[in-house]
Design a protein around this ligand. Structure first.
Ligand SMILES: Cc1cc2nc3c(=O)[nH]c(=O)nc-3n(C[C@H](O)[C@H](O)[C@H](O)COP(=O)(O)OP(=O)(O)OC[C@H]3O[C@@H](n4cnc5c(N)ncnc54)[C@H](O)[C@@H]3O)c2cc1C
Length: 398
């Protein structure tokens, strides 16, 4: 949605607008619409509803309820609808998931100049809607009540959408930094994840990267090509004890613009409205060291969005959803024994008729094309599953 942003901290036009609207001081975040409506400190759900971006589920039951509108969910929705299934997508935020907020995607086939994540997301959503997919955004799935032929996905607010099959495509997110000041400065100097495009934005800046895996090392090396200095904050006592490939460990250790701070963590984040300093905490001595920085990139591990189904379908020790072969190999992680004579279908979870695709699924490649492909594979399995449902009593408990 195109919009103009007026910042009360430094924009005289914003002050004039606030005066015209009689906004109190401090002013709430105010959204003004062309038709004169105004919303004050709206929730995402209120904003989506006012913009006409969300809809209520229109059917009592769908062939497929997709939870999560990222590449996996949208890929499944498009393929399912194209096959004639009735499909609804439940999404708690914006279309595109992690991909939707990526500045630029360079490895997406067919777009030689790359495309922005937002462009990708809106194209995919438009395609899904054209094929008849219902899009319920700003709705959080809170639990799943399995029932053969009529699985209920319960939403915040208490209502439920019912599917003969359900696809879990809720993805994952970066682990949040638990340091004072970090939450207030998210997107104002504190960022989760880092892309190649972010590195170019950091030309001449002082950057801190928190994390000790390969993803953090790749980010450090990319930033080091453009930034004035890069500090890598590693919790482990040395690079050799971190979960880091040797070649990356050597590359960061010898880079002239990179300082590696082992045995450290981010103790505090400081700045007024914008990041100014990252305070490093030495694990051994408890000493602190404020490092000036204009950007802090946090890459301290990923967590899957699977809390809402954690006790219902089998998940691995990190919370990634187990499917088909991987699940059968780890029966000790199944909440209940596999109930059918047939083996689970590709991408099927420990609950028959409930499937998983994309980053939330255990053992997958965490990329956009991979997620889209898994969505398509899941739909093929759902199609097969729906055929088998015709033979069973759909009212019996699963
Ligand atoms: C900064 C960044 C840059 C990246 N760049 C690239 C790149 O250039 N190329 C590439 O191939 N890959 C890239 N990736 C990885 C890629 O974006 C992911 O692998 C891909 O988006 C995974 O898709 P997904 O659909 O499985 O999950 P997600 O994209 O995570 O989508 C899941 C969706 O489900 C929603 N959701 C979660 N829980 C609930 C719930 N309970 N109820 C309702 N909705 C819920 C989430 O809000 C989200 O919208 C990047 C990732 C990041 C973070």
């Amino acid at each position: 949605m195109p919009f103009a942003w007026y910042d009360l901290s430094d924009d005289p036009e914003a002050h004039a607008l606030a005066r015209d609207l009689n906004l109190p001081n401090p002013a709430p975040t105010t959204v003004l619409f062309d038709d004169g409506r105004a919303l004050y400190d709206p929730t995402i759900a209120e904003l989506a509803s006012a913009l006409g971006l969300t809809q209520e589920a229109s059917r009592d039951r769908y062939d497929l309820v997709v939870v999560g509108g990222g590449p996996a969910g949208l890929g499944a929705a498009v393929n399912g609808a194209a096959e004639g299934m009735s499909v609804v997508v439940v999404e708690d935020d914006c279309p595109g998931g992690q991909a939707g907020v990526t500045t630029r995607v360079d490895n997406y086939l067919g777009f030689p100049a790359g495309l922005s994540g937002a462009d990708f997301a809106h194209r995919a959503l438009a395609q899904a809607k054209r094929l008849g997919v219902e899009w319920c955004s700003a709705k959080v799935a809170t639990t799943l009540l399995p029932r053969l032929g009529a699985h209920r996905v319960v939403l915040d607010g208490g209502q439920a959408v019912v599917g003969r099959a359900v696809l879990i495509a809720t993805g994952m997110t970066w682990r949040r930094l638990d340091a004072p000041g970090a939450a207030e400065l998210v997107n104002a100097g504190v960022y989760y994840g880092a892309s190649a495009a972010d590195a170019k934005e950091a030309a001449g800046e002082d950057v801190v990267v928190a994390g000790s895996g390969d993803a953090a090392a790749v980010a450090v090396l990319r930033f080091a090509e453009h930034a004035r200095s890069v500090t890598m904050v590693v919790a482990e006592p040395s690079l050799s004890t971190a979960a880091l490939s040797d070649r990356f460990a050597q590359a960061v250790a010898k880079h002239p613009r990179v300082t590696v701070r082992c045995g450290s963590q981010v103790g505090e984040v400081r700045g007024y409205g914008r990041l100014e300093k990252v305070v490093l905490l030495d694990a051994a001595t408890g000493g602190t060291d404020p490092v000036p920085a204009s950007a802090l990139y946090v890459l301290i591990g990923m967590v899957p969005f699977s809390d809402w189904v954690r006790d219902i379908v089998a998940c691995d020790e990190f919370g990634f959803v187990l499917t088909d072969g991987e699940m059968i190999l780890r029966p000790e992680l199944m909440p209940a024994a596999w109930p059918l004579d047939r083996p689970p279908l590709l991408t099927e979870t420990s609950v028959p008729g409930v499937f998983a695709a994309g980053d939330v699924r255990a053992g997958t490649v965490k990329r956009i094309s991979s997620a889209i492909g898994q969505g398509a594979v899941a739909v093929a399995a759902v199609s097969h599953y729906l055929d088998t449902l015709a033979d069973v009593d759909e009212d019996s408990e699963s």
